[in-house]
Design a protein around this ligand. Structure first.
Ligand SMILES: Nc1ncnc2c1ncn2[C@@H]1O[C@H](COP(=O)(O)OP(=O)(O)OP(=O)(O)O)[C@@H](O)[C@H]1O
Ligand SMILES: Cc1cn([C@H]2C[C@H](O)[C@@H](COP(=O)(O)O)O2)c(=O)[nH]c1=O
Length: 207
């Protein structure tokens, strides 16, 4: 019998929207259904990808260098982690994927979306998430959450207009691909959000 391909789930949102808070919950919910999974992040997810992450989150660089490094990290992540997991029937969870490149490098920084389309076609022509959670909050809510918790990296130090453009591009992508995106209103309590995540996951588990 052929092994059924696993599902690929991605988590997106502007910094501070709350996506990382919910990944452990999603992971535990899927594992309770008896499904093996891998959970990783972008940029990063492999030893090489984590080195690229350190560079791209802390060094100033040309916008196109930044986009290329995001896709370099992604190429390695797909080859080493995501594709092998899906092929053996495990599910793969990724804290950010290509929608983040469209939102941050395209929306936030203004890189032509046609260049991102070309990179996407080159790096993963046949791979798209089965489900993308977009954790959505107004900018002031995200900023207040970030300020309360940590030292800010290069992206997190960007100004409100950068995040407004990033959020708009996320919402544009969600409207473009409604079959895979679920927009999660992340102004609600963590418990209310997790009840919604559980019901979306249960539908996917039953499919
Ligand atoms: N629904 C929520 N209500 C209140 N606080 C929240 C909520 N979700 C997350 N937080 C808090 O906001 C902070 C940022 O959350 P988290 O790290 O999950 O954000 P993030 O979107 O993953 O950010 P980044 O992308 O920068 O890693 C954390 O302190 C978290 O506890
Ligand atoms: C994948 C990807 C990420 N980014 C940015 C978005 C965030 O600011 C950081 C990653 O940090 P996180 O808070 O741990 O999610 O990187 C990007 O600009 N482009 C991308 O493709």
């Amino acid at each position: 019998m052929t092994q059924q391909r696993g599902k690929f789930i991605t988590f997106e949102g502007i910094d501070g929207a709350g996506k990382s808070t919910h990944i452990a919950f999603v992971s535990a919910h899927i594992q309770r259904a008896g499904i093996a999974l891998v959970s990783s992040r972008e940029p990063g997810g492999t030893p090489l990808g984590e080195k690229l992450r350190d560079l791209v989150l802390h060094e100033k660089m040309h916008l196109e260098t930044e986009a290329l490094l995001m896709f370099a990290s992604r190429r390695e992540h797909i080859a080493q982690v995501i594709a092998p997991a899906l092929e053996r029937g495990a599910w793969a969870l990724s804290d950010r994927f290509t929608d983040a490149s469209f939102a941050y490098q395209g929306g936030g920084r203004g890189l032509a979306l046609s260049k991102l389309d070309a990179l996407e076609q080159w790096v993963h022509p046949d791979l798209q998430p089965d489900l993308t959670f977009l954790f959505d909050v107004p900018l002031d809510v995200a900023r207040a959450r970030l300020d309360a918790t940590r030292d800010l990296d290069k992206f997190e130090q960007e100004k409100a207009d950068f995040f407004a453009a990033t959020r708009n591009e996320y919402l544009r992508r969600a409207a473009q691909f409604p079959q895979r995106f679920r927009i999660i209103d992340s102004t609600r309590s963590i418990e209310a959000i997790q009840a919604e995540l559980a019901s979306i996951l249960d539908a996917l588990l039953a499919a």
